[in-house]
Design a protein around this ligand. Sequence first.
Ligand SMILES: Cc1cc2nc3c(=O)[nH]c(=O)nc-3n(C[C@H](O)[C@H](O)[C@H](O)COP(=O)(O)OP(=O)(O)OC[C@H]3O[C@@H](n4cnc5c(N)ncnc54)[C@H](O)[C@@H]3O)c2cc1C
Length: 233
Amino acid sequence: MVIRPTAHYSMGGIDVNTFDDMATVVPGLFAAGEASCVSIHGANRLGGNSLADAVVTGKIAGNGAAAFASHTDFGAGKRLTDLTARWQDRFRNTTNGGDAKQMYAIREEMGAQLWDNMGIFRTQSKLDALSSTLADLRSRYDALRVPNANPVYNTVFTEYVELGNMLQLAQAACLAASERKESRGAHTREDFPKRDDANFLKHSMVTMDDSGKMRMGWKEVEITKFKPEERKY
Ligand SMILES: Cc1cc2nc3c(=O)[nH]c(=O)nc-3n(C[C@H](O)[C@H](O)[C@H](O)COP(=O)(O)OP(=O)(O)OC[C@H]3O[C@@H](n4cnc5c(N)ncnc54)[C@H](O)[C@@H]3O)c2cc1C
């Protein structure tokens, strides 16, 4: 029997502006569940439960999206038609030949590299090595072609899009892990074993500009009734 590690949960996620409706900075885009970042679990969701994310934020985001839809004109605006044309071009250019094996090779290598360099225990040198490997995998991905031009139920193209998203998420996580020079929750830095509230009691925010460049930013933690304390067990 083949046994291998897999992802249990992605901590963090798409930032929401307000927990009243789960709206994001993109008008009309609402985030809920594991994909969103509602920060109710601190740095360790595995010590909690996904139910709160999925059920509570799902309901709030659903209500938010319905309220937005009730006063929005969904006529195909220029931005929407431009984006559709961009995806159609990408589909045409990506599915004109190629070898799916190369795509699976990138995916395998990404998984192995993440496991080895950004698994449970992390160091700056491992994260630096991972960052350059991911950049290399990204260039290989950008040159990739997949061999199925069927516009209907094209699972190879779906996997191709998913792989691009996974690489992007890996790069964002690697940048945030590299900048967070402390240990907290599931982020264990062997070179910075202590939790450091003086410098890192804040959310890691990674944004990407139109050129694809990622930037690191931070957001204050809102502390209300319960003061943060180090977990001593
Ligand atoms: C092996 C394993 C064990 C786990 N055990 C536990 C546990 O014991 N306790 C616990 O609390 N949590 C556990 N979790 C985590 C928990 O299952 C997830 O956090 C939770 O199910 C996420 O729910 P969700 O609705 O946010 O997302 P998901 O359940 O991932 O739902 C997202 C849905 O969106 C669909 N989708 C994706 N892209 C598109 C698209 N472009 N268009 C349309 N649809 C799309 C997907 O197909 C999927 O159905 C476990 C996870 C795993 C993998």
